[in-house]
Design a protein around this ligand. Structure first.
Ligand code: HT7
Ligand code: ZN
Length: 876
């Protein structure tokens, strides 16, 4: 496949002002008539042929200005439709194609999922419906007429506002006509047709516009759509209040479908969702699901301004909409819930997904310079690191200049397909700062490491901090330049934060140091006692921090730091250091006992004093860094079994230390009355269930009984699932019985059974591979549904010890599934293959076996571009 490069970008030679689509929906023979109003682009080349994109298309008819075209005037292949000598001025083209939505297993373009017609056009799915200039800088006004059998598709939706409906005389069919006045790229086109139930609500925007909101779901599921609708109303209000953004159509529809390649899609006025991120009631969704639904509803809604009104000039600018929109949804969730707890959760995700991507062969800049398959660049780097870049920008230029910069961006770029340069120019203007060095965050891949050390001079009452940065090489970028690192900091003394006084101009005056060269030394005067440095407060830059503090200082920091994030980080750092030492292949669990005792004491004191004040925070404090984080910290010759053993030993020892306190605390944390999804109630359940897991490890007999009891008496899925998950830590017959009872209790609930599949796929025991193979035969599993595949096979691939079995069977199993799945759904297959992204850091035996499995995939004939791209880059 050819490499597409940012530097080769050229404006389109042709523009399409309007698109009139007439779509006759049929399960296997859907007809699309497309009327395009074309004109040459003044910014393009004159005399260029017109080359429209297609993908697996069959052309039925073609006319120019209403006259059928002679066969010699054009060439049609499944991939392109070329007009050799198009008229110089504007003209219309009418194109008819026919497609089979039922045969579309790639779930890109128009497909049928559980009898519902729906579309997914980002990034390049529109060309699977009709020939088009399928690129985001070609923006058109769409009018769409949908026609279908009334019985099959009583609901017919598309983008924009509904302008007409009616019967088709003399038939069992009806139609709906939609008009979207906002010019948009083809990737934001959508349609839905089917028998769907809905919930609805009126909304009046701050600028007085009445909007009909609706959430459409499978028949019988409307009772589970309320939380999504409620979240939509809250995020619309928030966007008005925080970003001054109002909604701009008469309707806003959300539709849940059960087969979807990703989480959701922000089509203009018609967001389409994976039903996992819409459906919620206390019996079938966990607290985590409620929080994700709220966040993803908000994310897709926020795209209406950051993505749709202002879209991307080309796919290299993907982070322009995705990083910014993730930042916006994170801010929304922080305001709705606990800001520190949200930050901790986001940083956990960033480290586990993005830092690991940055550390392996698939590392790429936030704005990649080249790609073979754009669908492989919807990554944690573009999304999560992209959001971190915006967060740093806000810290660097300050809240006020950031807000004015956003306003300027909305004003200046509205209705355009923009670039990162245009975005940054707005903030350079409002802040008066030169952001050219900062822009390196978009170009340079890899996670910077900050090495910090401090020196206290008692006589001079001075504390000096030495900071240095470096970034390891990544594919195609061996030499790295220093980044602009905003380091929020404080000096923690015995009575709390010490006032900061310094002569250095690197210090901005409010606890912010900018490290933008290789190193920096900064002295603080008037420091009366040896302080503990609290660096990267709130995780102010997406970097690794190496700062050698004694465990005792970290424990002091945990009790005294005014920054909640760094309180949490202090204990994580103690655990990380111990686990890295004990998890190295050549070391026994030597350091663990001392650390376990120290951590146990600190946690015990904390639980006694503070846990009930903020249970959600306490739950995060109790949760150790994941074994995969430890593997990444070790970085080379990783032995997953050694890391896992150390992790289990430390968790068990902490559980043992806390054991006497656990029953009383669990009782105190019980939530009374019917289930409520609010953050405070969820926090209590989170801590209570964290304690259940510790009990299961430290006292398996008691733990098993508690799990059984909680499963039987729990009135919500959060508690019942936590009971089953904790039970998976305790091998034996009782576990198997609870697993069976869970399956029986939730038969007919695919989304709940996904959690059941995943919990089993994550069991860290050698029998798991056979269990997973067995579960593939279970009626709850299907290789055709992305959610099922992600739950069972994705779950297994995330199982550190079992995916990385020393005999290589885990790699072989996943690689075989990737190859099989590639024939039907390349996107899901290539994401699964991404599980191999950390193979190079393994010890030599596993490394060889993983490479062989990747090689087997790479050598397979007729691979999709999606899978071959990942296989080749992973092996390069
Ligand atoms: N912008 C959407 C991305 C997306 C997607 C991309 C490729 C293939 C399928 C897809 N479905 C959704 C989702 C978002 O970031 O909001
Ligand atoms: Zn997005």
């Amino acid at each position: 496949a050819p490499l597409i490069r940012l530097e080769d970008y050229r404006p389109s030679d042709w523009l399409i002002d309007t698109v009139d689509l007439d779509i006759g929906l049929h399960p296997t023979k859907t007809r699309i008539r497309s009327l395009l109003a074309l004109r040459p682009n003044p910014a393009g080349q004159t005399d260029a042929p017109l080359v429209l994109d297609g993908d697996e298309l069959v052309l039925k008819t073609i006319s120019l200005d209403g006259t059928p075209l002679d066969a010699s005037a054009y060439t049609a292949t499944p991939q392109t439709l070329t007009l050799h000598a198009p008229p110089r001025g504007g003209f219309t083209l009418t194109i008819e194609t026919e497609i089979d939505p039922s045969a579309n297993t790639k779930l890109m373009g128009l497909y049928r999922s559980s009898k519902v017609y729906c579309t997914q056009c980002e990034a390049d799915g529109f060309r699977r419906i009709t020939y088009f200039l399928d690129r985001p800088d070609v923006m058109s006004v769409y009018t769409v007429r949908l026609e279908a059998a009334k019985a099959e598709a009583p609901v017919l939706l598309s983008n924009g506002n509904l302008v007409a409906t009616g019967e088709v005389p003399g038939s069992d069919r009806h139609f709906a006509m939609w008009h979207d006045p906002h010019p948009k790229p083809a990737y934001l086109f959508a349609l839905v047709g089917g028998a769907l139930d809905h919930v609805r609500q009126d909304y009046v925007t701050a600028d007085g516009h009445k909007v009909e909101l609706a959430v459409y779901v499978e028949p019988g599921k409307a009772g589970r759509a309320g939380w999504a609708l409620d979240s939509l109303v809250r995020c619309m209000r928030w966007d008005e209040q925080v970003f001054g953004r109002n909604y701009d159509l008469d309707v806003f529809n959300v539709v849940a479908v059960s087969d979807f390649n990703m989480g959701a899609m922000e089509n203009k006025g018609l967001n389409i969702f994976n039903d996992k991120y819409v459906l919620a009631d206390p019996q079938t969704a966990t607290d985590g699901d409620y929080a994700s639904i709220e966040a993803i509803i908000a994310h897709e809604y926020f795209h209406n301004w950051t993505g749709n009104r202002i879209t991307c000039r080309d796919w290299f600018q993907l982070c322009l909409k995705e990083g910014l929109t993730v930042f916006r949804d994170q801010e929304f969730s922080s305001d709705e819930r606990s800001r520190p707890v949200k930050r901790i959760a986001d940083v956990r995700t960033l480290r586990s997904t993005q830092f690991s991507e940055d550390a392996g062969p698939l590392a790429h800049p936030v704005r990649p310079r080249a790609y073979k398959e754009i669908n492989n660049f919807y990554t944690p780097t573009v999304y999560e690191k992209g959001a971190e870049v915006i967060r740093m920008l806000k810290v660097l230029i300050g809240d006020d200049a950031f807000k004015r910069g956003m306003d300027l961006y909305f004003e200046r770029c509205d209705g355009t397909a923009a670039t990162i340069e245009e975005f940054l120019a707005c903030f350079a203007e409002t802040s008066g700062q030169n952001l050219s060095h900062f822009a390196r965050w978009y170009e340079q891949a890899g996670t910077p490491t900050i090495v910090a050390s401090g020196r206290y001079d008692a006589a001079a009452r001075r504390y000096t901090l030495e900071l240095a940065q470096s970034t390891p090489p990544t594919p195609g970028q061996s030499e790295k330049q220093p980044m602009v690192l905003p380091i929020k900091l404080g000096l923690v003394g015995s009575q709390g934060d010490l006032p900061l006084k310094t002569q250095s101009n690197a210090y901005a005056g409010d606890g912010l140091v900018i490290l933008d060269g290789p190193s920096l030394s900064i002295s603080f005067d008037g420091i009366a006692e040896p302080p503990i440095p609290s660096l990267l407060r709130g995780f102010s830059a997406p970097a690794r921090l190496e700062l050698d503090l004694a465990d005792a200082d970290l424990i002091r920091q945990f009790s005294a730091d005014s920054d909640s994030f760094n309180r949490w980080q202090a204990l994580q750092s103690i655990a990380t250091r111990a686990l890295v030492t004990a998890g190295r292949p050549d070391s026994g669990p030597g350091t663990l006992p001392a650390t376990a005792a120290e951590l146990g004491r600190a946690l015990d004191g904390f639980l006694q004093a503070d846990a009930l004040a903020d249970p959600a925070f306490a739950a995060q404090v109790l949760r150790l860094p994941a074994p995969a984080d430890i593997a990444r910290e070790i970085g080379r010759d990783v032995d997953p079994d050694a890391i896992f053993a150390a992790h289990r030993a430390l968790s068990t020892a902490i559980g043992t230390a806390l054991l006497p306190r656990l029953p009383g605390l669990r009782q105190a944390l019980e939530t009374k009355g019917p289930y409520r999804a609010d953050a405070a109630s969820a926090g209590r359940r989170a801590l209570r269930n964290e304690l259940l897991g510790l009990t299961a490890l430290a006292a398996p007999e008691d733990g098993a009984a508690l799990c059984e009891q909680q499963f039987e008496t729990g009135d919500n899925l959060t508690d019942r699932l936590a009971a089953m998950a904790a039970m998976t830590l305790i091998p034996g017959e009782r576990r198997e019985q609870l697993i069976a009872r869970f399956a029986a209790a939730y038969a007919g609930e695919p989304l709940v059974l996904d959690k059941w599949l995943m919990a089993q796929a994550l069991i860290a025991e050698p029998e798991t591979l056979e269990r997973v193979k067995r579960l593939m035969q279970h009626p709850a599993f299907s290789l055709g549904n992305p959610n099922r595949v992600r739950a069972l096979i994705g779950g297994f691939a995330a199982n550190l010890t079992q995916f990385n079995r020393a005999d290589g069977e885990g790699y072989g199993f996943v690689a075989d599934i990737v190859v099989a799945l590639d024939r039907t759904n390349p996107q899901v297959a290539s994401r699964l293959l991404g599980s191999f992204k950390s193979w190079r850091m393994l010890e030599p035996g596993r490394r060889r076996l993983a490479r062989e499995a990747l090689g087997m995939v790479a050598r397979t004939q007729n691979l999709s571009r999606d899978v071959s791209d990942i296989a080749e880059r992973a092996l390069a």
